[in-house]
Write a protein that binds this ligand. Structure first.
Ligand SMILES: NC(=O)c1ccc[n+]([C@@H]2O[C@H](COP(=O)([O-])OP(=O)(O)OC[C@H]3O[C@@H](n4cnc5c(N)ncnc54)[C@H](O)[C@@H]3O)[C@@H](O)[C@H]2O)c1
Length: 428
């Protein structure tokens, strides 16, 4: 099939590449001409494990192309995916302007039956809005709009896309359903379901999933805070809880709060949807409140240890990305924490295996960046761990102690067990 993907970011590029890997002819469209030129020259603009290999193979074999030419791409497509940003608007609800603008543009181009698929995370009712825009210029029998939310995780996106737990397809059109079934069939050969439903339910499914996962994180953060106060070890508690089949082991890791380009904005947007229909979604407000407080906890601990003014203190940072295996720093808790430490006059030296280029854009020369994880420890008064990259899990503790002024670690991701660390002379 001829597929076009409009918006070539974390979701669009991974989706387009994986559809090409299944044998489709895919054209990815983006308005960022420089990014398109880079991709045409074989450069992958994001860090995502496994992407480069598929990108290279499918580009070389002519199944994956990049362009800024919306008109010709849309004309030749059987299915058009919208993988556009839906950032928070000023009031916290999802800003649909990117999606609706492209709907308006393509409505004047389509000239044969085409399925328009919304892959962006969008509030309930958006597919109907897109339909209404298309209907202004297009006969109803020339298109269907499908809601197909994406559940991939950055850092594991290729695996998630090629072998999804489930595919959610929101449409009541049989024609569109058949095309989507054909397209996704190769990705669910192991028997994972393609779940068909109406558009509104599909749109809600994505928000419900993200809000629930964010709730688990905030819940565990509160359990961890309580454990600290009453003398329990949250790591044991997590294992004890997670072994219960009804609960499951995943998303029970406490830390410095959730971040990234999805959870914060999606929880906020769902809360906004609820407010708009006068429903008081109490849990969501608590989830967001807990998350904001959680980002303060590590700086509060640093304050308790060093005092309010960190002038003359060097704090080393390990990890800036919002989670491991990505270069994405959007809404990363590390950004908030680094800003708090800068406000307290600390000198910051940071290292992240993949996110430093993006972080340089954020902080320019306000902080320094190390060549590797040990480089930043030289004469540091303390180390703060803000992303749980594997490479931080079993570092050379002797080398760390030699480099640091004092062996103090603020372990924001609970990487280390307290007792063994104390035995080798660290203060946690
Ligand atoms: N990032 C994730 O892990 C993830 C996971 C699931 C769902 N989502 C959702 O998918 C959507 C896209 O997210 P993302 O992280 O890929 O965004 P992104 O910011 O990484 O990428 C968006 C791309 O769209 C391009 N763009 C903007 N306007 C355009 C236009 N008019 N025409 C063509 N291209 C245009 C931008 O230049 C950019 O390359 C969002 O709704 C997001 O919530 C994201």
């Amino acid at each position: 099939m001829n597929i076009s993907v409009i918006g070539t970011g974390y979701v669009g590029l991974v989706s387009g590449t994986c559809f090409a890997e299944a044998g489709n002819k895919v054209t990815c469209v983006d308005i960022d001409a420089q990014k398109v030129e880079h991709m045409q020259n074989g450069y992958v603009p994001i860090y995502e494990p496994g992407l480069e290999l598929l990108f290279e193979r499918n580009s070389r074999q002519g199944r994956l192309k990049f362009t800024t030419d919306l008109v010709n791409t849309v004309k030749n497509s059987d299915i058009i995916f919208l993988a556009l940003p839906t950032p928070p608007g000023v009031d916290g609800s999802a800003d649909l302007s990117f999606v609706l603008k492209v709907a308006e543009q393509i409505s004047g181009i389509i000239d044969k039956y085409t399925v328009i698929v919304d892959k962006s995370t969008v509030p309930v009712g958006t597919a109907e809005k897109v339909e209404a825009i298309l209907e202004k210029k297009l006969s109803k029998d020339l298109f269907d709009v499908v809601a197909n939310p994406e559940f991939l995780r950055e850092g594991a996106a290729i695996d998630d896309f090629l072998k999804p737990d489930r595919v959610v397809i929101g449409t009541t059109s049989l024609r569109a359903r058949e095309k989507m079934q054909l397209l996704y069939g190769p990705f669910v050969r192991q028997g994972n379901p393609i779940i068909f439903m109406d558009q509104r339910s599909a749109e809600m499914t994505k928000y419900a999933a993200n809000a629930y996962l964010a709730t688990r994180i905030s819940f565990m953060n509160e359990i961890a805070n309580l454990c600290e106060t009453v003398g329990a070890n949250v790591d044991y508690v997590r294992k004890g809880m997670g072994s219960d089949g009804r609960i499951g082991k995943r998303f029970l890791f406490p830390g410095i709060g959730y971040g990234g380009s999805c959870f914060p904005k999606d929880v906020q947007a769902l809360s906004k949807t609820a407010h708009q229909v006068a429903y008081n979604f109490k849990i969501l407000d608590a989830v967001m409140g807990v998350n904001e407080l959680q980002k303060q906890r590590i700086t509060e601990k640093i304050k308790t240890y060093f005092g309010d003014d960190l002038k003359g203190k060097k704090i080393a940072i390990w990890g800036i990305a919002f989670k491991p295996n990505t270069d994405d720093i959007r809404e990363a808790p590390a950004l908030t924490i680094i800003r708090q430490l800068l406000d307290m006059n600390a000198e910051i030296s940071a290292f992240d295996p993949e996110a430093m280029e993006n972080a340089k854009g954020e902080f320019s020369d306000l902080i320094t960046f190390g060549e590797d994880q040990y480089d930043v420890l030289d004469q540091a008064d303390a180390l703060c761990i803000l992303t749980e990259w594997s490479v931080f899990r079993t570092p050379d503790f002797d080398q760390m102690k030699k480099l640091m002024k004092k062996p103090i670690v603020f372990d924001g991701r609970n990487l280390y067990d307290l007792e063994p660390m104390r035995e080798v002379g660290f203060l946690l």
